[in-house]
Ligand binder design. Structure first.
Ligand SMILES: C[S@@+](CC[C@H](N)C(=O)[O-])C[C@H]1O[C@@H](n2cnc3c(N)ncnc32)[C@H](O)[C@@H]1O
Length: 339
């Protein structure tokens, strides 16, 4: 988990201090206080040590078996994962997806933002200047180290945690963001319940994830997930509408937006982690312009009648209703939105 402090709080003695109000013991939900090089519950029962780099290790012992698999996997592939994002065509296609995500969330201040499965910390780059506080959570120490390197100019704090055991207080967060993290968490019901728990009423959950609503991509991905050393098929599963929107609804979150993006252009210009030939595109003159054209082509295809769910990435937005009616209080129409 990464925390970038607001300017007013940067001067605090320990960078964690300004966030103690919203940090909680993931085991008991109790408040935490700083004690030497550790965070300790007020009754002293639970203690979380910090790494040498100052990262509190909430998931060192307390994590789900699937998160342990992901932790091991991402500790192994962290360097390759971040390197694969640096190809010009990958960056260009990601810039297109960033615009789509920004359109989905709309303008305005996002308040206290928590990014789950933050990896190298994407939200601080995407939502720069729109957050009063930023908290990133990831289970992999090596990904957190990559994030720390990337954000070292900002006042930042890195915290390790499991997205299904979030070390945050109930109703403490205005915006939860997941950019390529949901599909790494097999227990979606528990993940979405945690998001609903930490969101304030009226708070929103923004996500961008691989999606396999289209049967062709589902079949292709089944093969790729088995073959690629960058993917772990035992824990990673792209989203599908039926496993997402109704599960959000049951967790008490109203789906406001669910729309797919990325078609053949995404296939070709993203995925340098699995399509090794794709890396050669970096030497093609004008590759950025070509990739932008491919993104426009993909958008046009997905606007054709019957193709709205045929994309390879879904961008979604859900909201925790302001009324305290509970899960049953969500209007049925709130679960619908694929346009
Ligand atoms: C696709 S990667 C990172 C995505 C991130 N947006 C980025 O570009 O760096 C997914 C991340 O999820 C993390 N992860 C997987 N399962 C997790 C869990 N249960 N809790 C927290 N993080 C998890 C992995 O360690 C990995 O860093």
């Amino acid at each position: 988990m990464i925390v970038i402090a607001t300017r007013a709080k940067i001067g605090a003695a320990n960078p964690i201090e300004p966030f103690l109000d919203i940090l909680r013991c993931p085991r008991s939900g109790a408040d935490l206080r700083l004690q030497g090089n550790a965070l300790v519950t007020s009754d002293g029962r639970h203690r979380y040590r910090m790494s040498e780099a100052g990262i509190p290790l909430f998931a060192e012992e307390f994590l789900s078996p699937q998160a342990e698999v992901q932790r091991h996997h991402y500790n192994k592939i962290a360097a390759a994962y971040t390197a694969n994002l640096n190809y010009p065509h990958t960056q260009e296609y990601l810039a297109y997806l960033d615009r789509v995500v920004l359109d989905a969330i709309g303008p305005g201040d996002l308040g206290t933002v928590a990014e789950l499965c933050c990896g190298r910390g994407e939200a601080p780059m995407l939502l720069k200047g729109r957050m009063s506080r930023y908290i990133g959570i990831d289970v992999s120490e090596n990904m957190l180290e990559a994030a720390r390197q990337l954000h070292k100019n900002a006042s930042s704090l890195f915290l390790q945690g499991d997205a299904t055991r979030v070390p945050l207080a109930p109703e403490s967060i205005d915006t939860v963001v997941m950019l390529g993290g949901v599909h790494h968490v097999p227990d979606r019901a528990r993940l979405f319940a945690e998001i609903a728990r930490v969101l304030k009423p009226g708070g929103r959950f923004l996500y961008r994830e691989p999606v396999s609503d289209f049967i062709v991509w589902r079949a292709l991905r089944a093969a790729i997930y088995r073959l690629s050393p960058m993917l772990d098929p035992s824990t990673e599963r792209p989203l599908q509408y039926e496993e997402t929107v109704p599960v959000l609804h049951r967790a008490g979150l109203a789906s406001l937006h669910y729309r797919t993006h990325g078609f053949l252009g995404f296939c070709l210009f993203m995925n340098s982690d699995v399509l090794f030939f794709n890396r050669l595109f970096q030497f093609v003159p004008g590759i950025r312009a070509i990739t932008r054209g491919a993104a426009r082509f993909d958008e046009a295809v997905l606007n054709l009648p019957g193709f709205a769910r045929a994309g390879l990435q879904v961008v979604g937005l859900a909201e925790k209703p302001v009324s305290a009616q509970g899960k049953a209080g969500l209007p049925a129409s709130a679960t619908l939105s694929s346009g």
